[in-house]
Design a protein around this ligand. Structure first.
Ligand code: HEM
Length: 502
């Protein structure tokens, strides 16, 4: 059902990964060897870091108590020795600009696992993503296993997080198919000799294919070839052979079972990583699985011009899994009272913008439309017809209301950051309390993850525009206007999750 803001926003990050309307998330791990937070000579890999960060956030869950898990508490825990290495702050620093009123840091941590595994595999491995995680406001329990931790304690920590011995072994070997152990961060595991001019962080890979999510780590360990499972198996320092201790804790039985086939390894990893990212505090309600929308309204909105004319515009995004570049898009709507007319229809203009061939979900085709709506009739829902097939959001059409409309183009920002926001409210709707709820991601002490500061500002009437009354208010400066969103609330009418800066 459109619009579900959390699912819409996460779907955008997941699917729009190239060209027009690129959400900008996947670029950090394209190619999978890329390190987005510094020099490529460091020998670090962002895709691997993301998976490790999620593990460290998850590992301190206590499922009996219903606490911890993927809740972004890791942001407050980066100074703990158990979270050594640059991955935590690198990743949270990259994720922070994506946090907003509906996208939590914890959901981004989950998304990053889905992205890393999906991007760094061929054919792309799909981990189902749900949204709705809630960010912690402080650090959680201690207890991430470290290279020095004895195997009994390690298994106890996994058990507390809901993972059995074979789950723990499986999850670890799945994680350790990507990336490296670095001298910088883990000198007790990796000797200084690993540091070279092209590998200044001194990383030693877990397997021969550190940028590919594949079964190699397992085969190399069991076959004692290549990296033989990596530094946490082979290091001279016996105390920090944590992977070797874990893998041998059931005499390699779990790993031998997983090595039956690449498919079995992948299916087990998908299942374990899905459980890992869906481990959340008990109070969290996750959304349904986010399925890429084959037909998606994007930035669909109304605007009211000076003369009171109403403009209905946006994009319809089609996915190549169901459509191709020659498909035609038509949008039809019903009036404010639900009446239809042959006049209430428009075609998308021009050829679609075609992008994203490298996306995990195929190519996207963006069809732009822009049409006038007769303010006397208005609009309450629309349907999308693609080459003869009509999509109506599973029923009565995609809902849209024209009684309260935020006007981002009129909204201005003064040099000191104060904003003048504008909205138009249908005079006949007879609502007089018009409020803007501002959700501004704001810096939080002790973590790179922002918190959402919400404030409400009352708008006052300021003239008319045809059938509409214009409303306006001054909004004090916010720390980050690009991530700040506004919900306009006028009685029962809501124009939600609108960007203030366009
Ligand atoms: C007994 C449990 C585990 C221990 C003691 C452990 C320890 C470590 C250590 C010391 C590193 C090196 C980090 C660095 O040098 O930056 C590392 C890397 C990594 N770990 Fe684990 N780990 C464990 C389990 C897991 C699990 C369950 C996952 C994910 C499901 C995981 C994912 C990763 C990844 C992807 C890397 C590579 C990071 C990079 O290249 O930056 N680990 N691990």
């Amino acid at each position: 059902k459109w619009p579900n803001h959390i699912m819409n926003a996460l779907e955008h990050l997941l699917v729009d990964t190239d060209g027009f309307n690129d959400a900008g998330f996947q670029k950090a791990i394209t190619p999978c060897t890329n390190y987005v937070s510094g020099s490529q000579l460091l020998g670090r890999e962002t895709a691997a870091q993301w998976v490790r960060v999620a593990f460290h956030d998850f590992a301190t869950a206590n499922v009996q108590a219903g606490t911890g898990g993927i809740d972004a508490s890791i942001g407050f825990e980066t100074l703990r020795p158990e979270n050594s290495g640059s991955a935590m702050n690198d990743s949270l620093g990259f994720f922070a600009p994506f946090v907003n009123a509906h996208v939590s840091m914890a959901d981004l941590i989950a998304l990053s696992v889905v992205m890393s595994v999906g991007t760094c595999s061929m054919p792309s491995i799909s981990i189902p993503l749900r949204g709705g995680r809630v960010d912690a406001t402080e650090g959680g329990l201690f207890g991430v296993p470290e290279p020095e931790t004895d195997v009994g304690t390690t298994l106890g920590q996994f058990k507390q997080a809901g993972f059995s011995q074979s789950d723990a072994i499986g999850l670890t070997v799945c994680g350790h198919t990507l990336g490296s152990v670095h001298h910088g961060g883990f000198p007790q595991v990796v000797p200084e000799s690993a540091v070279t001019p092209n590998n200044t962080g001194g990383g030693i890979h877990f397997d021969a294919t550190p940028a590919a999510f594949d079964v190699d780590v397992l085969n190399e360990y069991l076959g004692w070839t290549g990296q033989m499972g990596g530094p946490l198996v082979t290091t001279d320092n016996i105390t920090v052979r944590s992977d070797l201790r874990l893998y041998l804790s059931d005499n390699n039985a779990t790993l031998q079972g997983l090595a039956e086939s690449s498919d079995k390894f992948i299916a087990t990893c998908v299942s374990l990583l899905t459980r890992m990212i869906n481990t959340t505090p008990a109070a969290v309600q996750l959304t349904d699985i986010i399925v890429p929308d084959e037909v998606k309204p994007v930035n669909v909105s109304l605007a009211v011009d000076i003369a009171g004319g109403v403009q209905f515009s946006g994009y319809i995004r089609l996915l190549s899994t169901a459509f191709n570049a020659s498909d035609q898009v038509q949008i039809s709507w019903v009036s404010r009272t639900g009446a239809s007319s042959p006049l209430f229809t428009t075609r998308a203009t021009g050829a679609p913008v075609q992008t994203g061939a490298s996306s995990m979900f195929g190519t996207t085709f963006y069809h732009f439309f822009n049409t006038a709506i007769d303010p006397a009739h208005g609009i309450s829902a629309f349907t999308i017809t693609v080459s003869g097939h009509t999509f109506s959001d599973g029923g009565a059409g995609y809902p849209i209301q024209d009684a309260a409309v935020f006007l981002p183009r009129e909204t201005t920002t003064a040099p000191d950051g104060t904003m003048n926001v504008f909205a138009a409210v249908l005079t006949a709707a007879a609502v007089h309390n018009v409020t803007a709820r501002i959700s501004a991601p704001s810096p939080q002490l002790g973590t790179l993850s922002p918190t959402i500061a919400t404030s409400e500002v009352a708008l006052r009437a300021n003239g008319t525009r045809g059938r509409y009354t214009l409303y306006t208010a001054q909004v004090p400066p916010v720390p980050n206007v690009r991530q700040t969103t506004l919900d306009l609330v006028a009685g029962a009418y809501h124009d939600e999750f609108r960007r203030i800066a366009v």
